[in-house]
Design a protein around this ligand. Structure first.
Ligand code: SAH
Length: 354
């Protein structure tokens, strides 16, 4: 046995970064540190309203305590790189405590500021059209790392964030615990309405149901991308063990349990899934479903040679769905020129080129 095994190690939980914690949790923590409970409220305000990056800067805390806690992690990242697209979308590469890099996008429009957050470093789903999936998977993000992305964009824009979409790197429902913990914090502590939070998933068996059981008012967006099972399997490896019919069934349960309609995302790939027969097939599957279809014209990535359909083809697909009385709209992604649009996030590659 080496000497090392005898070294006392502080339990991981005791050094868990503070960001993401509720006021009650923070109060408990300050009390564990031998401080009066009201310091929990002060800490809460400094974390979520003043954007404190270290405990040392919290000037209302006693000096001695502050210096003792100087290196206790709050859980903020560093902006490693920032790129602004001509449409004013800003893409951030954020450096985490362990050196991993993730991408976050800030999307301003009129009075809104939407943040596209990552839920994992990389992504294991390996969808054929998505750059993130080409780079492989590193790890799940912790709750503080998700909350931090929103605070970072808010501070950089000097504007309150109004909307959050879990459409950055990663599959949120493979990291459901941390995503739910982050949503709680973003809703209750950062003050973003649940109806302004969207979780986008390719579908993980049982996890849409789990989300439904939470009875949240958030929007569920499901990456469908194909009108039938064989086509979907060609795009999404995880579709094989989770047939389209089962996925739609779970979505129906979501609607029943939450009373919220589901958004179906459908990426349009020219001559692959954008033909009139695909629109008809999709309309048939979704008939009577309380849902909205979001058509996303493919954003090119270098690894594959899918094509984005012409605007006329996109319009024709939209019109066909509407003729079948399916609620639908087209989402032209923002930030294309900065590689910040849907599916283009691949921090590892960018990191290498910096
Ligand atoms: N893993 C989740 C969330 C991340 S992707 C999901 O699959 O839903 C967010 C959205 O961007 C998804 O609908 C995804 O399918 C879409 N997307 C991925 N690559 C894209 C590309 N190249 N062009 C357009 N949309 C893309």
């Amino acid at each position: 046995m080496s000497d090392l095994t005898l070294t006392p190690i502080a339990p991981a939980e005791s050094r868990r970064p503070l960001l993401g914690a509720s006021q009650a949790e923070l109060t408990e923590w300050v009390q564990q540190q031998g401080q009066p409970g009201y310091r929990g409220k002060q800490l809460y305000q400094w974390l979520y309203e003043r954007g404190a990056r270290s405990l040392e800067e919290i000037s209302v805390f006693p000096k001695q305590w502050r210096s003792q806690l100087a290196d206790f992690p709050i859980g903020r990242s560093q902006i490693h790189h920032r790129a602004v697209a001509p449409d004013e979308t800003v893409k951030y590469l954020l450096k985490l405590a362990d050196g991993q890099i993730i991408e976050t996008v800030g999307i301003p429009s009129d009075r809104r500021l939407t943040v596209c957050v990552s839920s994992q470093v990389g992504c294991p789903m390996a969808c054929d059209f998505c750059a993130t999936g080409k780079g492989g998977f590193q790890r799940n993000l912790e709750r503080h790392e998700i909350v931090d992305q929103v605070l970072t964009v808010q501070e950089d824009f000097q504007q309150r964030v109004s909307n959050i979409v879990f459409m950055g790197m990663g599959e949120p429902l493979l990291n459901t615990d941390n995503v739910l913990a982050a949503i709680r914090c973003l809703n209750e502590d950062v003050g973003i309405g649940a109806r302004h939070i969207t979780v986008s998933t390719v579908g993980i068996p049982g996890h849409i149901r789990r989300l439904a059981d939470q009875q949240l008012q958030i929007t569920l967006a499901v990456s469908l991308h194909a009108s039938n099972q064989p086509l979907r399997e060609r795009l999404i490896p995880s579709a094989k063990p989770y047939p389209l019919a089962d996925l739609l069934e779970e979505c129906r349960t979501y609607v029943q349990l939450t009373g919220r309609r589901v958004t179906f995302e459908y990426i349009l790939l020219a001559d692959f899934n954008d033909l009139p027969e695909h629109a008809a097939e999709l309309a048939h599957s979704l008939r009577g479903f309380q849902s909205h279809v979001n058509l996303i014209p493919y954003n090119p990535i270098s690894e594959v040679d899918y094509q984005r359909p012409s605007p006329q083809r996109v319009q024709a697909f939209l019109d066909a769905l509407k003729r079948h009385r399916i609620a639908a709209s087209v989402r032209y992604s923002r930030g294309l020129e900065a590689d910040a649009a849907c599916g283009q996030l691949r921090a590892s590659k960018l990191k290498a080129s910096l």
